[in-house]
Design a protein around this ligand. Sequence first.
Ligand SMILES: [Zn+2]
Length: 573
Amino acid sequence: MSRLLRSVAVAASLLSPAPLALAQSAREPIPLPDIARPARPSAGAAPKSATPEGRPKLVVLVVADQFRFEYLTRFGSDLGKAGLRRLLKEGAVFEGHYGQQNTYTGPGHSLVVSGSYGYVNGIIQNNYYNRATNRSEAMFFDPQAKFLTGETTPADETSPRNFVGTTVGDELRLAEPRARVVSLALKERAAIAMGGRMGTSFFQSEATGEMTTSTYYMQTLPAWVQAFNTKKLADSSFGATWDRLLPKERYPERDDFQFESAPKGMGRSFPRTVTGGLKAPGPDYYTAFQQSPFGIDYTFAFAEAALDGEKLGQRGVTDMLAVSISPTDLAGHSFGPYSQEVHDLVLRFDKSLESFLSSLQKRFKPGEVLVVFTADHGAVPIPEWSTEQHLTGARLKKAQLKDAIQRALSSAYGSGEWVVALEDPSIYLNRDLIQSKKLDPAQVERTAGEAALTLPGIAGYHTRTQLLNGWLPPTELARAVARSFYPRRAGDVVLVQEPFSFWGKYAEKDAGSTHGSAYHYDTDVPLVFLGKTFAPGFFGNAEMVDAAATLARVLGLTPPAACEGKPLERALR
Ligand SMILES: [Zn+2]
């Protein structure tokens, strides 16, 4: 039993079956209920919920971007009554696990709604080297789609066209074309991934601060979105102060740490004024806004506008609303998972979630809504923080990696531009050069991998040839890498980082943190179902691919095309 699970079990035994008591001391554990007995009835009996009349009117998926499972226990005693605590008390609670190595935002959100891994759904990284266009592009970049607001570049996410297969939302719409699937987030890639191929996704324009979408979905924003934008809600937080929600003593973390990044005038310590360093709202302000609690409130405000605007759950069919909370991730990158900022944002999220849940309660009768809460990945500590704790931890720069590989290949096979791109965890080699020199790609890949292995923070590598042929060691880690290997978009060498080390976009900076590995700090997230078909209780571990399978089961749908999960029947009643 992991330390984490033990702490959950201890928490459960301490608090159950006593009624929910709000924490008085800062150290009181979160009241996760007892691990429920697997009391599922006989096989073969279809759950009642598989009938249309048993279906909820609305499925609400809330994904906290970058939210570790352990936040529920570590910050548990500070949670309010009716937000996360209510989900934990009344919902079916699992410790979810991502079984693929590339724990990034696009891959995580895509896996949640499809139950499929990147090796088949194609969403393996946030960015990749497109061999057709010979350039790096965002995974959700689509040259056929443009933002309705602002400039569009290949670094932007504009449509789900690179996602292969279906999502639960797509299946919902295939079964009932009148069903509406609406997804939203401040970050494009989160919204787009959750919308699947047949839903409608909205996100915040970094140019104007308004909610927008792309031409993949529509040519003009619906009237309700335009009405929402005229309120200028994002701008109304300009100059607002973000201070701690609770008294300072309730935060055991250090506030100011030299290796926190403090982008756009955010500063490293409380209190902070959110202006983006500007005199009036503009793009830098929106960047700062997106990692503040104001961004969380704004997201939920838009979610409520979507409920009204699209009449979700009010039209005699099951609709789906998917909401991803981006500020937890953006602030997590800046301040790391052991910061006061992340601690505070979790509490702010909890408060906003509480009012959102209560608003759902006002709109719908009990049992009409199914709420699913989860996260797309966890987070690694800031490496300098880790090394201070006597852990390992390194930031490896792309230039270092490129140089080492370039040198090794030049000395083995002669001069040339050997590396065409580095998009973590993939190294893309110059295949034309390999071919023109009549070299064996397998051998060149190995030479490149061995060169990477000489650098700090790299634990291992798998080559394209090995992955395509299934030449993998019989380890969980290798399996996780294979599940993130989509041949058309992955590199020629896929690197495995050591625990607590990383490379890629966030290692290019000298401060802040990230995620993206197959280690538990990145893979373990909450997975909670709150609805009449789910029994309350803590049901132990689940694979994250099971989430979509479970949703398909209770909605009476065909599972998404490449779904590999199994319905979590032990939590169904
Ligand atoms: Zn994310």
